[in-house]
Design a protein around this ligand. Structure first.
Ligand code: G1P
Length: 291
C-alpha cells in the first residue's frame, strides 16, 4: 500500500480569537510551558513517522521558519557561558529530522482553500493535515496520527480524529455522524461530518480534533466546493460530499486529551496541563494552585 509522507499544516490564519496577543506574534509561536505551540506540533509529526511538512503560511509569518533554523550567535554564547543543557535543546530544534517547505496563502479563504494552496507540493500523494491550534496531550507511546498513518498504509482508507465535547460546545467544531462502529479497534465508519451544528441538530458529541489523513482524491472534492457565506472554502463540505459518493472515511477516537489553543481559556488550560509535565516547575505550579 502507498506510503504517506507529507503533512500539511495551515498557519496563515489571523488568530482573531487570540488578539491582541496575535497582532504581531503568530498564534503558533505562543508558548506552552516555555515552548512554542508549533514545537509540540512538529514533534508530533516526527514521532508519527512523517518526513515532510508543508506549511501553508502568509508572507509576513517568518518567525515560525526562523524558529527551526540554526542560530549560530545564540549557540556560541550558550557555549561560552557553559549553559550546556540549554545549548543542547536549542541545537536539537534546528536539527529536527524533517524537511519543512512553505507555500503562501494570499487570502484567508478557509481551511479547504489553505489545503488547495499546498496542491503543487502535495503532488499526487496522500497526505495528512494538522490544525496546529489543537494540541494533543497524550501519554500513549503511539501518537493518534501514527495510528491513522498505519491504518492508511494498511487499508488505503482516509481517517479523521475525533475527541468528545460537551453538547453545548458542538457549535464550535465539525461533528461526526457515525455510520458503523468497528469493534476490533478504535475506528468507526464516518457517515457524515457536519460543520458547527446547533446542539439540537448535532448527530453526536464527537468533534474533529484537527488531525486528518486523506487520499489524494479529496483535492478534487475541495476544488468543487463552493465558498460558504463568509466566502471560505470548508474542508467539511468536501468531506461530506466525498462520503455522499459512497467513499469511505473512518473516524478514530482520540487517545489522550486535546487542547484547543485557539481561544484564551483553552490556551490557559493547555499551559497548566503542560506545566504539570515539566519537572522543573510542576511542584510550584501545584502549590500555587492549591493556595
Ligand atoms: C476547523 C474545522 C472544524 C474542526 C476545527 C478544529 O474549524 O472546520 O471542523 O472541528 O477546525 O479546531 P475552525 O476552528 O477553523 O473554525
Amino acid at each position: 500500500m502507498k506510503k504517506i509522507n507529507k503533512v500539511v499544516i495551515p498557519i496563515a490564519g489571523l488568530g482573531t480569537r487570540m488578539l491582541p496577543a496575535t497582532k504581531a506574534v503568530p498564534k503558533e509561536m505562543l508558548p506552552l510551558a516555555g515552548r512554542p505551540i508549533i514545537h509540540y506540533i512538529v514533534n508530533e509529526v516526527i514521532k508519527s513517522g512523517f518526513s515532510e511538512i508543508i506549511l501553508v503560511s502568509s508572507e509576513d509569518k517568518t518567525l515560525i521558519e526562523r524558529y527551526f533554523e540554526p542560530s549560530p550567535m545564540l549557540e556560541s554564547t550558550l557555549k561560552k557561558t557553559q549553559k550546556r543543557s540549554l545549548l543542547k535543546e536549542i541545537k536539537e530544534i534546528s536539527e529536527f529530522k524533517i524537511k519543512i517547505r512553505k507555500v503562501n496563502q494570499k487570502d484567508a479563504k478557509g481551511l479547504g482553500h489553505a489545503i488547495l494552496c499546498a496542491e503543487s507540493l502535495i503532488s499526487d500523494e496522500p497526505f495528512a493535515v494538522i490544525l496546529p491550534d489543537m494540541v494533543i496531550d497524550s501519554n500513549y507511546k503511539q501518537t493518534n496520527l501514527a495510528l491513522m498513518k498505519k491504518h492508511f498504509e494498511k487499508s488505503g482508507l482516509s481517517s479523521i480524529l475525533f475527541g468528545k465535547v460537551k453538547k453545548t460546545d458542538v457549535q464550535n467544531y465539525g461533528i461526526a455522524k457515525i455510520k458503523k462502529k468497528l469493534t476490533k479497534n478504535d475506528f468507526f465508519t464516518l457517515g457524515d461530518l457536519i460543520e458547527k451544528p446547533i446542539p439540537k441538530n448535532a448527530p453526536s458529541n464527537l468533534f474533529a480534533a484537527g488531525r486528518y489523513i486523506f487520499n489524494n482524491e479529496i483535492l478534487s472534492y475541495l476544488k468543487n466546493e463552493k465558498p460558504d457565506s463568509k466566502g471560505e472554502i470548508q474542508l467539511t463540505g468536501a468531506v461530506s460530499n466525498f462520503l455522499k459518493d459512497s467513499k469511505i472515511i473512518n473516524g478514530l477516537h482520540l487517545k489522550g486529551k486535546v487542547h484547543d489553543c485557539g481561544n484564551r481559556l483553552g490556551y490557559l488550560i493547555a499551559n497548566l496541563a503542560f506545566s504539570f509535565k515539566d519537572k522543573e516547575i510542576k511542584k510550584e505550579v501545584l502549590k500555587y494552585l492549591k493556595k
